[in-house]
Ligand binder design. Structure first.
Ligand code: ADP
Length: 419
């Protein structure tokens, strides 16, 4: 049976978010980490989500990886293509949403790219092309000081317009409200007018489903987990029956690694108080002291046990700004990601089996370091954040959290619901 949906996600936690969404909506989903090659055998599924780490790399490299993923998915008969981006549209004027979407359209022959990061369940809505997080415009949230992709403009037609040479149009709420056939007609007219990308308003799940029903299968769909849920609901009748083999979850010491500086993660770390052994990594110290990582590893090994160990670089905007002023934005992020990679590997060797990782880039680094190539989806800790099981024989359970996700008690809840 052909794949119903081939999905390419621009970061790892986003991939997990979309995989759990498809699975919650009744499609079987497998997540593959990194550009797969032909040596990777994956079970049959309705959806395969290829998790890239392409959100903030050079646009040309993001395009190359996305095209490689596209070809792999096409070889598995993918009937629809979904480009999963962050529900806060994380990107810079250089990309990578525009360049990757353009390349995917050209390589797949899609005449239109329908885009909406709306994810009403997580309070992301799009109205008149503007992205809201709860009641606030995106640019009025903590995203305006994100370490890698500061989002200072909420008008997505404008934001995407800076990332592509093709025309970007709006599918406004007034048309969405008229239903599926009006939406289909408008999208068809927008193709005739020479538009390549359409930012679609959506303020609730019903509108996302309408949009999914109105889209032609051969168009590219770009969005967050919200549009994916709409698409899954529209395609549910075509899903294969789920296999129900019992999953064996690894037991063993837990580790929390946090590199997200989002307000949500900072709040979640604060909520832990001193209930767990914790240690903060300072990027300036990491860059200057060659023994800093080994010292953190020694400390963590001594604390591995019944209670999870917490190691974090997460810091409020003024500390991030100071580190970036001292080291540069990329180097600050790099030293932290390198440190967390080394720590993940050392603690796995020391017996850690359950890893909770906060931050999309951070989780990508940790999973790559642990050599986990495929993930099966387990119970959800918070919307969009499930426990996952390494599906390639590695003995790890992983919970990969996008920075902004989860309630204040996320970290303690993770270990309460751990299977
Ligand atoms: P999110 O999911 O919140 O976007 P990410 O892990 O994707 O989180 O991105 C956060 C980035 O910020 C990472 O590259 C991380 O290395 C970097 N970072 C974390 N802590 C600091 C800090 N104290 N100073 C500078 N950069 C930091």
């Amino acid at each position: 049976m052909a794949l119903l949906i081939g999905c390419i996600a621009d970061d790892l936690t986003g991939a997990t978010d979309v995989a759990v969404t498809f699975s919650r909506e009744g499609l079987t989903a497998i997540q593959v980490n990194g550009v797969p090659d032909d040596t990777l055998a994956v079970a049959d599924a309705d959806v395969i989500v290829v998790a890239l780490k392409s959100r903030t790399i050079a646009a040309a490299e993001a395009v190359a990886q996305s095209l490689a993923a596209l070809h792999w998915l096409q070889a598995r008969g993918a009937r629809r293509l979904y480009f999963k981006i962050c529900s806060t549209f994380d990107s810079t004027p250089a990309g990578n949403i525009g360049p990757v979407a353009d390349a995917l359209c050209e390589a797949s022959g899609a005449r239109l790219n329908v885009v909406t990061p709306a994810y009403p369940r997580n309070a992301r809505t799009v109205y008149q092309g503007h992205l809201f997080v709860g009641e606030a415009l995106l640019s009025d949230t903590g995203m305006c000081t994100h370490p890698l992709t500061p989002m200072t403009d909420s008008n997505l037609v404008r934001v995407l317009g800076r990332q592509t040479e093709h025309r970007v149009a709006l599918l406004p709420h007034a048309v969405m409200a008229l239903g599926e056939s009006a939406v289909r007609d408008r999208l068809g007219a927008q193709i005739d007018q020479g538009c390549r990308h359409v930012i679609a308003d959506a303020i609730d799940d019903a509108e996302l489903r309408t949009l999914a029903l109105a889209m032609a299968p051969q168009w590219l769909a770009t969005g967050g987990a919200g549009l994916a849920a709409g698409l899954a609901a529209a395609l549910r009748g075509e899903a294969r029956a789920p296999a129900d083999a019992a999953i064996e979850w690894p037991r063993g010491p837990g580790v929390i690694l946090a590199g997200s500086c989002s307000n949500a993660t900072l709040g979640q770390l604060a909520a832990l108080g001193d209930s767990l052994p914790r240690r903060q990594l300072d990027p300036v110290c990491l860059a200057r002291d060659p023994g800093a990582v080994a010292a953190a590893i020694d400390w963590a090994k001594r604390h591995l046990g019944d209670r999870p160990v917490l190691i974090y670089a997460s810091a409020p905007p003024e500390q991030v700004a100071a580190a970036q002023a001292a080291l540069g934005r990329e180097r600050a992020a790099q030293v932290i990601e390198d440190a967390l990679r080394a720590i993940a590997v050392a603690l796995a060797q020391a017996g850690a089996r359950r890893f909770v990782v906060a931050g999309g880039e951070t989780a990508g680094a940790a999973v790559e370091a642990l050599g986990v190539r495929a993930l099966a989806i387990g119970p959800e800790i918070a919307p969009g954040v499930p426990w996952t099981l390494a599906a390639d024989g590695k003995p790890y359970a992983l919970a990969l959290k996008s920075g902004n996700f989860g309630g204040p008690d996320f970290f303690s809840r993770a270990f309460e619901v751990a299977p």
